[in-house]
Design a protein around this ligand. Structure first.
Ligand SMILES: [Zn+2]
Length: 794
């Protein structure tokens, strides 16, 4: 069968947690569907099936394979190539595909949202359909909601009516959409918008969720502009980033990417930024051109991963050296790019993501920029509003690649083992490097570049199964591994556990500058090479006096972040001469000060800047921040990105509890509350028992005040860690746990809450029966009821 159109009408019934709807499907039955049509359906109930404007049709639901069979044998004049429209009345229960998040107690932006997440096969949980990515269809959705709520869905808003009973909104596309990218979200959203030329660009977030939305919109506009230059014009009528709760990551619903609200609001953080750009990249690969089958997943994920790094290039390599971001991809052995043995939902390994982006990057390096982007444009033109499979995609590159490399690429998509480098001693005092590639995963060669003091260069290529002597030949030669950066980091290729330790270190030492002139060479080499070298430590010739200039000369935000981090490690070395240490402290303090904060502090805020706290006095340096956090205002003057940076520093317990404790309790940002609660929980993990009562009081307060999973899980972990040896000492915590069970709506954490309470009674039967008695008549999850009846199962 071939579905041409889905039109959904209905509403989400919050009281029953069900989407009550009718879908009208216009389809061509095909030769196989002339007597009985088989659709995919995993909805809770199919209530009726009829021919549009006609009679009811007999149907049968086969729950196990998720099939809905409709008897169409008596449809008058049915023919394989004649479209018919079926109307299906159904109810879909809330599920991983139809997520209904109520207004949560203890959420600073307490409002409900219902939204869909369908990839790869979950669309059938909320709508009977033909569940295969290449059967694209026109989509419309018309749903009722409360008067103060709003809906976003794919396509144009075609009607929006306020009536006595609430609001109805309808969206429709006039082009085809793959089934897994049809989506809607309904909630009390605030919308921040801008225009990119005639294209409306917006961010939708729950009312009151704070974020750096101006910056986010800027990055969205910039990335769309970049991809329009590299690829083809943005193909749809709008682009929206829709932030939703209780979702990690993102999904590229056509024209309306859904992203988790705890990981997207701070676009100065590289992870937030790359997620946003990844989903934008999918609008071309995945949405405009989708994949024929889930085995071809790598085409859209590999391209989106490559495009995310390309979009972040302005921060990853400001030098414009033309490096290819290979280091930013990760790959795992035994996670092939195409893996037909895995079920669709299990295919989401590093294979179709980083490893596929690596393959595409190797192809890019071989065919050159013009042919690479030109071939992609041809693919987008030839398959727009259609699909493409693995063979056809690779065939498109066969001309520019030539027969040998094209054959290698076809083999590489199915390779399991990664290539690896065997290291041995060489008589020259260097390292004998032998490239092994048992499964044929490599398409482009791995090459090395030596740069001498006078700027002259020398190249080496690693050949499969042939030992290559890697050693400097002239005084002052500096090694650049993989100068184009078309391959993943060599940490993927060298087995550090099996090799004698000194060989990887020796190879690595050839890339680390040992003289001022080599430092100058490194600063000319491009951000990715700087980042890789700095990951191993600060080059010896960089002195405190020269550090600010060195930092300014680096070409990537993460290279700068890494440089400060390793400078702090160098300076924190207890063996260091006190005068030198003082010099480092003077050099680093102004670089770490703020606001305004340096961009690198926010780009990779998870680097362990803790060592910097041993060199500069972070209590004094960030005194304004600590007191702002401790005093409020609840939103704070400190961004979520900078909070993540401050998270790294050790503080006196008092300051931890006053500053982070206040953020955890009162911030208007759930993301900040979650970070602060985690910060205090990590402190509790290493706290001595005499500090337990203070932590217990904090975690009890959190448990008694929120049902938000991100906060509650940290607080429960913290309570388990800091419990006292008697029930009496744990009384406050037990009261909080009891309050949580009595007050919160039934949550998946109920059972865990019961088990923590049981542990905190410390075998005191009276305390346990008091807790159990207090829950009489309280509605709990099945798991919690079971644990209450039989706590030994905890
Ligand atoms: Zn993706």
């Amino acid at each position: 069968i071939d579905v041409q159109r889905y039109a959904v009408t209905g509403e989400f019934d919050w009281s029953r947690g069900r989407l009550v709807a009718t879908v009208a499907m216009t389809l061509l039955p095909g030769d196989d569907g002339l007597r009985s049509l088989r659709l995919d359906s995993a909805v809770a109930e199919v209530k009726a099936v009829r021919l549009a404007g006609g009679a009811d049709l007999p149907y049968a639901v086969d729950a196990e394979p998720g099939a809905l069979r409709i008897d169409v044998s008596r449809v008058p004049g049915i023919a394989a190539d004649q479209a018919i429209t079926l109307e299906i009345d159904y109810e879909a229960a809330e599920s991983e595909a139809l997520r209904a998040i109520p207004a949560r107690w203890g959420d600073p932006a307490a409002s409900r949202v219902v939204y869909t997440i369908s990839e790869p096969l979950n669309a059938a949980l909320w709508m009977p359909c033909h569940n295969t990515p290449e059967d694209r269809a026109v989509f419309s959705i018309d749903l009722a909601m409360d008067a103060h709520e709003t809906m976003i869905a794919n396509g144009m808003l075609v009607s929006d009516e306020q009536g006595a009973s609430g609001r109805r909104m309808k969206y429709a596309t006039d082009y085809t959409v793959p089934i897994y990218l049809m989506a809607f979200a309904i909630g009390d959203f605030e919308v921040e918008g801008t225009m990119k030329g005639s294209l409306p660009v917006s961010v939708w977030h729950r009312r009151g969720v704070p974020g750096d939305y101006g910056r986010l919109l800027d990055e969205v506009v910039r990335s769309i502009g970049l991809f329009e230059e590299l690829l083809v014009p943005y193909p749809f009528e709008k682009y929206a980033v829709v932030l939703v709760p209780e979702f990690g990551g993102g999904i590229e619903n056509l024209g309306i990417s859904f992203q988790g609200e705890l990981g997207s609001t701070a676009p100065t953080i590289s992870e937030d930024l790359k997620l946003t750009i990844h989903e934008i990249g999918h609008q071309w690969f995945g949405d405009l051109v989708t994949v024929e089958s889930w085995d071809d997943l790598w085409i859209k994920e590999g391209m989106a991963t490559l495009l995310a790094s390309e979009g972040a290039r302005v921060y990853l390599d400001e030098s414009g050296e033309g490096t290819l971001n290979g280091d930013s991809f990760s790959a795992g052995s035994h996670n092939p790019i195409v893996d037909p043995d895995r079920a669709p939902a299990d295919k989401y390994t590093s294979g179709p993501y980083g490893r596929a982006a690596w393959l595409l990057t190797q192809i890019r390096s071989l065919v050159g920029e013009g042919a690479f982007w030109g071939t992609l444009r041809d693919i987008l033109d030839d398959h727009r509003f259609g699909a493409i499979g693995t063979d056809e995609f690779l065939d498109a590159f066969a001309g520019p690649l030539g027969p040998d490399a094209a054959a290698r690429a076809r083999r590489a998509v199915r390779a399991s083992a990664l290539p690896h480098l065997d290291l041995g001693r060489s008589p020259s005092g260097g390292v004998l490097v032998t490239l092994r590639d048992p499964d044929g995963a490599l398409v482009a060669p791995i090459d090395l570049l030596w740069i001498a003091d006078d700027g002259t260069t020398r190249s080496q290529v690693l050949e499969v199964d042939q030992g290559v002597d890697v050693a400097p030949q002239r005084e002052g030669e500096l090694l650049i591994l993989d100068p184009l950066d078309r391959h993943v980091s060599w940490h993927h290729l060298v087995d550090f556990s099996e090799r004698p330790e000194d060989l990887p270190a020796r190879l690595s030492s050839f890339r680390v500058p040992t003289s001022p002139s080599q430092v100058a060479r490194l600063l000319e080499a491009g951000g990715v090479h700087q980042t890789a070298v700095l990951g191993a430590g600060l080059p010896e010739p960089v002195t405190p006096d020269a550090f600010a200039a060195f930092l300014a000369g680096l070409d990537a935000e993460d290279a700068k972040a890494m440089a400060v981090w390793v400078a702090c490690i160098r300076a924190a070395d207890p063996a260091l001469d006190p005068a030198l240490r003082a010099a480092w402290s003077r050099a680093l303090a102004p670089l770490l000060a703020g606001p305004p904060y340096a961009r690198w502090t926010e780009f990779t805020p998870w680097l362990e800047y803790g060592a910097c706290g041993e060199v500069v006095d972070v209590l004094a340096l960030y005194a304004d921040e600590w007191s702002a956090l401790a005093a409020g205002p609840p939103a704070g003057d400190v961004s979520d990105a900078h909070l993540r940076f401050l998270y790294n520093f050790d503080l006196p317990l008092e300051t931890v509890l006053s500053s982070w404790g206040n953020v955890a309790r009162h911030s208007s940002s759930l993301r900040a509350r979650s970070l602060a609660t985690t910060r205090i929980r990590t402190e509790a993990d290493r706290a001595p028992p005499e500090d337990f009562p203070a932590f217990r009081a904090f975690f009890s307060e959190i448990v008694a005040s929120t049902e938000v999973p991100d906060l509650l899980s940290e607080a429960l972990t913290g309570l388990s860690r800091t419990m006292a040896p008697t029930a009496a000492e744990n009384a406050e915590a037990l009261a909080a746990l009891s309050h949580q069970l009595r007050t919160a709506s039934t949550t998946p954490f109920d059972g865990w809450v019961v088990c923590v309470a049981f542990a905190l009674t410390q075998g005191d039967a009276a305390a346990w029966s008091e807790l159990v008695g207090g829950l009489d008549g309280v509605e709990l999850s099945a798991e919690a009821v079971e644990m209450l009846a039989n706590p030994s199962r905890c």
